[in-house]
Design a protein around this ligand. Sequence first.
Ligand code: FDA
Length: 283
Amino acid sequence: MKLPFLFAKRFVAGETLDQALPKVREINKKSIKVTLDLLGENVTNRETADETVANYIQLLKEINEAGLEATISIKATMMGLNINREYCRDNIFKLLEVARKREQFVRIDMEGSEHTQATIDLFKDAFKHYGKHVGLVIQAYLHRSKDDIPELADMGADIRLCKGAYKEPERIALQSMDAIRKAYKEYAKILLDKTTYPRIATHDDKLINWTKNYTSSNNIGKARFEFQMLYGLRQPTMEALAGEGYNTRIYVPYGTHWFPYFKRRLTERKENIWFVLTTMFQR
Ligand code: FDA
C-alpha cells in the first residue's frame, strides 16, 4: 500500500524539486543554509541509478542558477553501491566533477552498518581527487567510530557527526542514549579541535549546549563549525541559533521515495508521530 504524501509532509519538503524550492528559499531568508537530499536508497538497477545521477547533476545546476545557499547529500546505495562498487564510484565521481567545476559540495550520507566500510572507502578515494568538494557522515553510535573519527580528522575530512538512525545490534553500536551522547561529545571534541569546519548534526539540547560551552571555553569561534538539523524539526531553535551568530543548516529531503526516510523519523522519537498527525490537518 502506498501512503499518501500528506503523511510525510512534516518531514519531506515535497515530492518534486519545484515543491521543495520555495521552502529552501524561505529557510535561506532566515540566514540558514540548506542541504538538499533527493530521497532514495538501495537502488538495484542501473537505469534508476543513472537517472538519479542525472537528477542530482540537474539539481547542482539549479542550485547554482537559483543562487541558493545549498549543497547536496547523496547515499552510496542510491548511486549503485548494491549493484557494483566501481559503477558506484564512477557515478559519485561524475557528480563530483560537476560540483568541482561549479565550486559546489557533495556530502555522502551514512547508511546501515553493512555499508559503512564501503562508504568510508569511497569517501577516501573521492577525497583524494576532489578534496574540499566532498564530505562524509559519521555515526557516533557505531563502536568503530572511535577509530574512524581520529583517522578522518587527521586527513582533514569534512565530517557531519550524527548519532545514527539505523537499527543496529549491540555488537555493532551503542544502545543507550547516555553512552551515545558520551561518544558524540568525545568525537565532536576531536572534530572541533582538529578539523576546519565540523558539522554538529543533532536536535538534542544536551549536545547543542555542550557544543556551545565547549567551543566558547576553548576559543573555537562560531565561524569554525555549524549546527545542522532536519527539515520539520526544531526550526525555531535553528532560527534562534542563527540569531546568536552560529552557522546553521537544515537538511531538506524531497522526492517520491520518501517512505524509508519517513519511517526512520517515526521510529527514532515517538513525539514525531504526533508531529505528523498535527501537520496532516494543517492546510
Ligand atoms: P534524538 O531523537 O536522539 O533526541 C534527543 C533529545 O533531543 C530528545 O530527548 C529531546 O530532548 C531533543 N529533541 C529531539 N528532537 C526534538 C524536537 N523535535 N523538539 C524538541 N526536542 C527535541 N543519521 C544517519 O544514520 N546517517 C546520516 O547520514 C544522517 N544524517 C543526518 C543529517 C542531519 C542534518 C541530522 C540532524 C541528522 C542526521 N541523521 C543521520 C539522523 C541522526 O543520526 C539521528 O537519528 C537524529 O538526528 C536523532 O538524533 P538527535 O540527536 O537529533 O535527537
